[in-house]
Design a protein around this ligand. Structure first.
Ligand SMILES: NC(=O)c1ccc[n+]([C@@H]2O[C@H](COP(=O)([O-])OP(=O)(O)OC[C@H]3O[C@@H](n4cnc5c(N)ncnc54)[C@H](O)[C@@H]3O)[C@@H](O)[C@H]2O)c1
Length: 358
């Protein structure tokens, strides 16, 4: 195989080991460096993965062997890092959400386009086999008309999780359950069903006193194609149970719990259906009860795609442009909760929606 594609990870916090393991397990990718402004974090992780430690992004970007950077910073810091990476002509894989505003997201997209670098987002749940099976069934018309699309994320995170870092206690930095944890599952609905035209949301803090964020969101979503759905997401519900995604159409129903297919029933039963019912049956934990309680295999698929996209000089499978409509739904939810009324899309950025009124 040709020379490996060199990776550098920015941010040595909770999620970065998932990137590091995924790069190390990839075909053709090589982890070269970890960068964190907290020296002890960078050093610890660099020693563990036997790579170089950097303490500023500028220093890491000066390393010519690094071709792809994985942005694993708190949500509000993605924009500056992505723009800096693009200016240095590095391909970028950013953690979700891409940014905390549409303005920042568009600036990042423009910077990467101008620099002709790939720009992907790790909304890795999209690549799960169970989700891909539903996507194919929707695209081939097996559901008939999709009527309902719902996501139920009844999770638990301790108060210590929120207190572990200043950004986890700040809505504007992206710590609320809607933009942080539920982002993945709102993204799945957007990926499967399409953009939304109207949302109504209610947010509250049920179990994390003193933390100025919503730990719970209940939202009603009207999709542009006429389907409707609910998003119920929380980190207040001990001990946390597996995520559930439910899709109901005129001709079929599919339910996923965690990564597993729970229900797969269509009017036109097909020969492959029994195999689909087994998908994910031996799968890993899905973060219901703890922030690092999941595997790195989904990240590995996204990282492998970045390696292949660089080699083949093609678009990545999950470009940030495809995740922007998810951010728009999420921002509409915050605006709806702040205004206590339904909000129609498209929306504009509205800083006042981040204020926590409790
Ligand atoms: N895809 C997933 O399943 C998943 C899971 C968890 C977190 N995430 C995302 O990953 C990102 C990081 O989350 P986390 O939980 O790992 O956060 P974290 O706070 O644990 O880690 C962030 C790290 O960034 C470092 N940092 C901050 N500013 C920096 C700077 N300017 N230069 C260098 N280092 C800097 C901090 O010191 C910290 O070590 C977030 O966007 C989050 O939403 C994604």
């Amino acid at each position: 195989m040709a020379t490996s594609i060199g990776f550098g990870i920015l941010g040595a916090g909770l999620v970065s080991p998932f990137h590091a393991k995924a790069i190390q397990a990839s075909k053709g990718g090589k982890l070269l460096a970890i960068c964190d402004m907290a020296k002890e974090r960078a050093d610890k992780m660099a020693a563990e993965y036997k790579v170089k430690a950097y303490y500023t992004f500028k220093e890491m970007l000066a390393d010519p062997a690094i071709q792809v950077v994985n942005i694993c910073l708190p949500n509000h810091l993605h924009r500056d890092a992505v723009v800096q990476a693009a200016a240095a002509k590095r391909h970028v894989l950013t953690e979700k959400p891409p940014a905390m505003s549409l303005h920042d997201t568009d600036e990042m997209i423009t910077a990467c386009k101008k620099a002709r670098v790939k720009f992907g987002c790790t909304v890795q749940c999209r690549v799960r086999k169970s989700i891909q099976a539903i996507k194919q069934a929707i695209d081939s018309g097996r559901f008939g008309t999709v009527l309902h699309a719902d996501a139920y994320m009844k999770w638990f995170r301790s108060i210590e999780y929120y207190q572990s870092d200043a950004w986890r206690m700040s809505r504007k930095s992206g710590a609320g359950v809607t933009v942080q944890h539920a982002f993945h599952y709102i993204d799945l609905l957007q990926y499967l069903i399409g953009p939304a035209r109207r949302v109504q949301a209610r947010m509250n803090n049920l179990a994390h006193p003193g933390i100025q964020i919503e730990d719970t969101v209940l939202a009603f979503v009207e999709f542009a194609n006429g389907a409707q759905g609910v998003v119920e997401a929380s980190t207040a519900l001990w001990p946390g149970t597996d995520l559930r995604i439910e899709i109901n159409g005129t001709n079929g129903t599919a339910i996923v719990t965690g990564e597993k297919i729970h229900t797969w029933k269509f009017r036109d039963e097909q020969p492959g259906d029994d195999a689909i019912r087994q998908l994910g049956s031996a799968s890993q934990a899905t973060a219901a009860g703890g922030a690092t309680d999941f595997g790195f295999l989904d990240h590995q698929v996204v990282i492998q795609d970045m390696i292949d996209a660089v080699r083949e000089d093609r678009e990545v499978v999950i470009p940030v442009t495809a995740v922007r409509p998810t951010l728009e739904i999420v921002l509409a939810m915050y605006q709806s909760a702040a205004k206590r009324r339904a909000v129609s899309l498209p929306v504009k950025d509205d800083e006042s929606a981040w204020e926590w009124k409790g």
